[in-house]
Design a protein around this ligand. Structure first.
Ligand code: HSE
Length: 322
């Protein structure tokens, strides 16, 4: 049996738990062993939750449990996620995360700690929600010299802009709706002012170009200044407004920007509506390829989290057999 722990039992953490219950048999078949959640850490009470027997408020219960080999960090934010991740890696546990702020800020240091402790630090779920993008860049497209990445990388802002265009919703109502659906960050400024897109683009730059670009160096503009009138004008011109992140290699330097753009309907960026994200990757052999799907939400993001858990679990099983 492979024991895992979930640190942070919010939208992503609880959906990750659900995968291990609903798809337990399928996971076992694909891994070659059972994967079981042994402990869940959260400071809140979940008295009516079926997993209540696994909950602890004490993070040390996981660090000190030598039978747990993989931890899912789904707390979000920098603190205490950074300290917790370091402690987990140093205690010999692999860590899987959906925390883009932490990966974009401390990813290099955490990957280094993981490598020195012979464990993994994986973050497929940190970009694009459920869309496979980190592993395809690292593995399927590994031969390519990447030249450009363009994407709609934030589900909340795309959801807001879509609701404003299609239903005439106000900005505030559309944001409230996104928050109720579990798409938005705790501080929605991270979504609407473009910081979340910057962080995800920075992680993509690290993966594709080998450079984790400091988001302070990005040209950044959010969508808080977009009015109903802007949306109506774009619509009349056969266009949509989207928050777009762009990263391009220019003379060995990566140039990054995040800003709302007026996009003609029919183009690849215009296909992503609602919470969906789209990521266009250009490389010297593939030419151009597009990734598309749900960019936020518990179950879609848990799908990406579990892809990392399953990769590590398979490697544990194959090392045991070796
Ligand atoms: N707030 C983020 C978004 C969550 O809306 O895209 C997924 O990273």
């Amino acid at each position: 049996m492979i024991n895992i722990a979930i640190i942070g039992f919010g939208v992503v953490g609880s959906a990750t738990y659900e995968t291990t219950v609903e798809n337990a048999k399928l996971i076992e078949k694909r891994v070659g062993d059972t994967v079981k959640v042994k402990k869940i850490v959260d400071i809140r009470d979940f008295d009516d939750h079926p997993a209540k027997g696994l909950l602890t408020k004490n993070f040390e219960d996981v660090v000190n449990d030598r039978t747990i080999s993989i931890a899912v960090e789904s707390i979000g934010g920098l603190r205490p996620a950074f300290e917790f991740t370091k402690a987990l890696l140093m205690s010999g546990k692999s860590v899987v995360t959906s925390n883009k702020e932490l990966v974009a800020t401390h990813g290099l240091e955490l990957a280094d700690i993981a490598s020195r402790n012979n464990v993994s630090y994986l973050f497929e779920a940190s970009v694009g929600g459920g869309i496979p993008i980190i592993r395809p860049l690292k593995q399927c497209l590994a031969v390519n010299e990447f030249t450009e990445i363009i994407g709609i990388l934030n589900g909340t802002t795309n959801y807001i802009l879509t609701k404003m265009r299609e239903e005439g919703s106000s900005f505030a109502d559309a944001l409230k709706d996104a928050q109720e659906k579990g798409y938005a960050e705790l501080n929605p400024a991270a979504d609407v002012e473009g910081y979340d897109t910057c962080r995800k683009l920075s992680i993509l730059c690290w993966t594709a170009f080998g450079k984790l670009v400091d988001i302070e160096k990005f040209d950044r503009k959010g969508i808080s200044g977009i009015t109903a009138e802007d949306i109506t004008k774009a619509k009349a011109a056969g266009c949509v407004i989207k928050l777009v992140g762009r990263a391009k290699m220019v003379n060995g330097e990566v140039k990054c920007s995040v800003a709302p753009e007026i996009i003609p309907l029919g183009g690849p960026l215009a296909i992503a509506d609602g919470v969906d994200n789209v990521i266009i990757v250009r490389g010297n052999f593939i030419g151009e390829t597009t990734f598309y799907g749900p960019g936020a939400g518990g179950r879609a993001t848990a799908s990406a989290v579990m892809s990392d858990v399953i990769e590590i679990a398979r490697s544990i099983v194959s090392h045991r057999r070796a």
